[in-house]
Design a protein around this ligand. Structure first.
Ligand code: ADP
Ligand code: 5GP
Length: 192
């Protein structure tokens, strides 16, 4: 386990649904234009405002399975009833060009990446407590009650895995969490 990912070209952020991964990654990309975020494929239905190719590549299940079965994804997993995966080609191209690559994925995928890219620096983003996590998921108001329940059950499993990661960052205050992640990635002196 490394104390800092400052030299890692591949950084992975995981953590339970609703913890703030998307909010944090958005700010990170605004502040560090050199970081490239992988766009995942998913079978989930788009949420209001989500754009094809920008937030996700939205696929039918059979199309997703075909890509996965032909090695087109570096990892994939089922999460709360939908499939999610990281397209292989763009990640490999960016890494070959020495670009900093960021993945924002769930636990099972993170475990697969740990095996195939052991040099990746893996950050677990945790909520200050479980009640706050639930209120963030509900406050986001994008998921059905059934989807919320599935995400909360899965969140408990994910929280139990936090010690597998190179670093754990608590997202209580977003700016503080962002600063910690910038420091871990070695970007603290490169703010726009
Ligand atoms: P994730 O991508 O991990 O599922 P989101 O980024 O969608 O999570 O955040 C879930 C909700 O929590 C959003 O409504 C977001 O605005 C809110 N949120 C994120 N970080 C914080 C924070 N530090 N304090 C309070 N609310 C937050
Ligand atoms: P959401 O439906 O809220 O966008 O995402 C649900 C979960 O899927 C989140 O924890 C998110 O990090 C994860 N996820 C998004 N893309 C991928 C991916 O490519 N692979 C894996 N394994 N998980 C992903």
């Amino acid at each position: 386990m490394t104390a800092s990912g400052a030299k890692a070209r591949l950084t992975l952020i995981t953590g339970p649904s609703g913890v703030g991964k998307g909010s944090l990654v958005k700010k990170l990309l605004q502040r560090h234009v050199g970081i490239w975020l992988s766009v995942s494929a998913t079978t989930r239905i788009p949420r209001a405002g989500e754009v094809e190719g920008q937030h996700y590549f939205f696929l039918k299940r059979d199309a997703f399975e075909k890509i996965a079965s032909t090695g087109g994804l570096i990892e994939w997993a089922e999460f709360a009833g939908n499939l999610y995966g990281t397209p292989r080609k763009p990640v490999e191209e960016k890494l070959a060009n020495d670009n900093p690559v960021l993945l924002e994925i769930e636990l099972e995928g993170a475990r697969q990446v740990r095996k195939s890219f052991p040099e990746a620096f893996q950050i677990f983003l945790a909520p200050p407590n479980f009640q706050e996590l639930e209120s963030r998921i509900r406050g986001r108001a994008t998921d059905s009650e059934e989807a919320i329940q599935r995400r909360l059950i899965r969140a408990k499993e994910e929280m139990n895995a936090r010690n597998e990661f190179d670093a754990v960052v608590i997202n209580d205050d977003l700016e503080i969490a962002l600063g910690e992640i910038e420091k871990l990635m070695g970007f603290e002196f490169e703010k726009k």
